[in-house]
Design a protein around this ligand. Structure first.
Ligand code: SF4
Ligand code: SF4
Length: 340
């Protein structure tokens, strides 16, 4: 086991930036902290769960996927290698689910290009990031059990460092990482994990809601109620680390050249399911919300049982940011209270 002094973190990231594009927590003037290209001026270790997950590192909000010029087609594939520094365990679980989605039916070369050889450094949560965290219910946190290269545990002035892969071992071989070989090191980290796990006190009735959805389904009045409130801003989808909806649009540049662009979309927009005839099988906002939450709580697990409980990793962002309080926490509560 190793230790990394916090004061040495910028130096370490600087040394890694020769090999990788480093995305790390960045404090913006406007007050938000986001994952952005490493910049010592804005880099911070004083951050909680950023409002946006690191999803856009792998699935940009908008990206050109191929270009056509005078009849010649050329895919635009991502280049370089990314190191994601300081993501939370729930967001790592979100990345795992995105990977599963984008390789399930066919290999998505663009998504694979973004994720290929990406190095993941998790910053384990020792306490809830805010009152909406429910990662323990979803088996996604507060620390990672697998799929990380390096995991950090905040010890005040330094991090305990756990190594999860060969590249993690290589990256932590520099002098900044000092040996921590006290005989009780393993015990201390186990105690820390135990404390972190027990600090998450929010335990929503996800399993009960899933049982209801699997059985009779939620009452229509649940979806009608939320459908009347929803202002269709799409925020809950865009902040969700596991949401994958996208659209493609073609941009004509000249008479014989153009490009195809993939952009984020959301199943909560009417146009997402509207068919060419004008018919929309999900014709109301209530039906669209029903579909979204049934997908997360029911279908995701049925078609894609990757070890996660469902298509939600318990980050709580949809409850944090929905302006009219229709996050997964509120939906689960309503399903259970109004259907039993
Ligand atoms: S559904 Fe909500 S709580 Fe679950 S992963 Fe998405 S944003 Fe987080
Ligand atoms: S964030 Fe809330 S209001 Fe906006 S689309 Fe989602 S459920 Fe509707």
């Amino acid at each position: 086991m190793k230790l990394l002094a916090k004061k040495d973190v910028p130096k370490v990231l600087r040394s890694w930036s020769d090999k990788f594009t480093i995305l790390s927590p960045s404090q913006k003037e406007q007050g938000d902290c986001i994952f952005d290209t490493f910049d010592e001026e804005t880099f911070t270790l004083e951050y909680r769960k950023p409002p946006m997950p690191p999803k856009s590192s792998f699935l940009p909000q908008s990206e050109v996927i191929f270009a056509v010029d005078q009849g010649n087609y050329s895919p635009v594939l991502p280049e370089g290698r990314t190191l994601l520094f300081g993501i939370r365990a729930c967001d790592l679980s979100g990345i795992r689910q995105l990977k599963s989605f984008y390789s399930r039916d066919r290999d998505d070369i663009y998504f694979r290009g973004h994720t290929k050889d990406t190095v993941i450094v998790v910053n384990a949560c020792l306490w809830p990031q805010n009152e909406t965290c429910f990662c323990t219910t979803m088996h996604s946190g507060p620390y990672a059990e697998e799929d990380y290269d390096i995991q950090l545990f905040d010890m005040g002035n330094a991090f305990f460092v756990e190594v999860g892969s060969d590249i993690g071992k290589e990256l932590t071989s520099s002098k900044a990482f000092t040996a921590f070989d006290q005989t009780d090191a393993g015990e201390r980290i186990a105690r820390l994990k135990h404390m972190a796990y027990n600090s998450i006190s929010l335990v929503p009735e996800i399993a009960d809601a899933m049982d209801i959805l699997k059985g009779t389904g939620a009452k229509d009045s649940v979806w009608d109620h939320f459908g009347r409130k929803c202002i269709t801003c799409g925020g809950c989808v865009y902040v969700c680390p596991t949401c994958t909806c996208y659209n493609v649009v073609d941009r004509i540049i000249t008479i014989d050249s153009g490009e195809r662009i993939r952009t984020w979309d959301t199943c909560l927009y009417g146009g997402f399911t509207r068919e060419a005839s004008g018919h929309n099988p999900r014709s109301t906002q209530g039906l669209r919300l029903k579909r979204r939450h049934e997908h997360k709580l029911l279908y995701y697990n049925e078609i894609d049982n990757q070890g996660a409980l469902c298509g939600c990793v318990g980050c709580g962002r949809c409850s944090d940011y929905c302006p009219v309080h229709i996050g997964t926490l509120e939906v689960v509560k309503a399903i259970v209270e109004q259907t039993t």
